[in-house]
Unconditional design. Structure first.
Length: 111
């Protein structure tokens, strides 16, 4: 069973990716574009151009997993950035896959 541990990081690829590919294409994207180690045990999250699907690439120590989710309606809320990827907290990742907005708001707290 896959779980996100306290030391596991979740990296969100900002630019849409062609999700027709699977293990090798996502592995190459992580290594070449995100400049990260696909076998690090961290989670790498990708979306398509329409933001109706996501794929997650995970290495569990023995092999690669590709997790896939397709929405029946609507779109995933996807943050924007100048960087190739963003690191999400586990709670933010959970909110993202459940359809909640994960974009940080400035001055959201009361003073």
């Amino acid at each position: 069973m896959l779980t996100i541990g306290g030391t596991t990081r979740v990296f969100l690829a900002i630019q849409p990716v062609d999700l027709r590919g699977s293990f090798n294409r996502l592995y190459g994207y992580v290594a070449e574009v995100l400049r990260a180690d696909p076998q690090s045990g961290h989670w790498f999250v990708f979306t398509n151009k329409a933001r109706s699907r996501i794929k997650v690439l995970v290495y569990d120590g023995t092999g690669l997993w590709v997790l896939n989710k397709r929405l029946s309606a609507g779109r995933f809320s996807w943050p924007s950035s100048e960087q190739a990827s963003l690191c999400l907290r586990n709670e933010e990742f959970g909110a993202l896959v459940n359809g909640l907005e994960v974009i940080a708001k400035k001055n959201w707290h009361r003073q």
